[in-house]
Design a protein around this ligand. Structure first.
Ligand SMILES: [Zn+2]
Length: 310
């Protein structure tokens, strides 16, 4: 499902990988992790003035056209005040500004709030999470973002096109073949309702990807308990290996489409921890060459998961 070219350097091996379906590429340099720039200490984020804290939220966040917000458990969902999509909602996950450990209920309720806020809006939906400012969150208070656009963004677009083409040409589901390949390759992280594996051609550091057994947002609800449980396990694994900050996106096909060979998938990547020097994990390779430099071999990541999480 991908090709690899390995180059020996003075210090180690560079793995150049390219995913066959999408043409996405990355380079993996395991030596670079020895620089040790990512500290695991996470500075405090003061709650003062936070618009997502319960005391400020009613005055500082907008409401839907019906004058309401969506309340599920302790989660609160409302339109994004500064949208960058045709339809863009925010779900504040917890009342607490800082959360030592999320509960399954908190994540499930927030996902349900997201689903309610997006269903009925025509287009390509995704659920997204920037956790902590070093992962791009402008507010540290945990929140999800739901986005629907009439045209898919480039990444799901490539998989929509690619898996449709694969189905036409091979007569089989790309995702079924991918699941088989990942199980054989030993990169599987969790194998339940959702199959999670260490993505062999990662988009970002320590990418863990999950394939859902559905294609559309309207089919997500029965899977929310599994999704919440699995995400918490991934977050726990990341914490175990020193990562606090992450990005997560879950992509769906447009409603009303069938037989296009696409499966909803979720991608989680580790980000550099918040740090006082503004050290970044995105530089010219990621931003201008559009080819991420990855420090952890996916095969090693799957092994680390088995060692730490059993
Ligand atoms: Zn807050």
């Amino acid at each position: 499902m991908f090709t690899e070219r390995v180059v020996q350097t003075g210090k180690g091996r560079l793995h150049f990988r390219r995913e066959t379906l999408t043409g996405l590429s990355c380079r993996i340099s395991t030596e670079r992790i020895r620089r040790g720039i990512d500290r695991s200490d996470c500075p405090p984020f003061p709650a003062e003035g936070c618009p997502f804290c319960p005391g400020n939220l009613p005055a500082d966040t907008p409401v839907f056209p019906d004058g309401r917000r969506i309340l599920v458990g302790e989660s609160v969902t409302f339109p994004n005040l500064y949208p960058f999509a045709g339809w863009h909602t925010v779900t504040v996950v917890t009342r607490d500004h800082v959360v030592p450990a999320f509960t399954e209920r908190q994540i499930s309720d927030a996902l349900e709030g997201q689903v309610r806020s997006l269903l009925g809006h025509d287009g390509y939906p995704s659920l997204n999470w920037n956790y902590l400012p070093s992962a791009g969150a402008s507010l540290a208070h945990p929140h999800l973002q739901g986005v629907v656009d009439s045209v898919p963004s480039p990444l799901p677009g490539r998989y929509l096109d690619g898996s449709g083409r694969y189905l036409r040409e091979q007569g089989r589901s790309y995702w079924d073949d991918l699941a088989k390949a990942e199980r054989e390759a030993g990169r599987v992280i969790m194998d339940g309702e959702i199959l999670w594996f260490a993505q062999p051609v990662p988009l970002g550091e320590k990418e863990i990807r999950g394939i859902l057994p559905v294609s559309h947002l309207s089919e997500l609800r029965p899977l929310i308990p599994s999704l919440a449980r699995d995400l918490l396990r991934i977050i726990a694994f990341y914490r175990e290996i020193g990562t606090h900050a992450f990005n997560c996106s879950l992509f769906f096909d447009r409603e009303g489409t069938a037989g296009r060979g696409f499966r909803a998938f979720c991608s989680v990547i580790a980000r550099i921890n918040p740090n006082s020097l503004s050290l970044s994990d995105s530089a010219f390779m990621e931003r201008l060459h559009l080819e991420p430099v990855i420090l952890t071999l996916p095969e090693d990541l799957a092994r680390m998961y088995r060692e730490k999480m059993g």
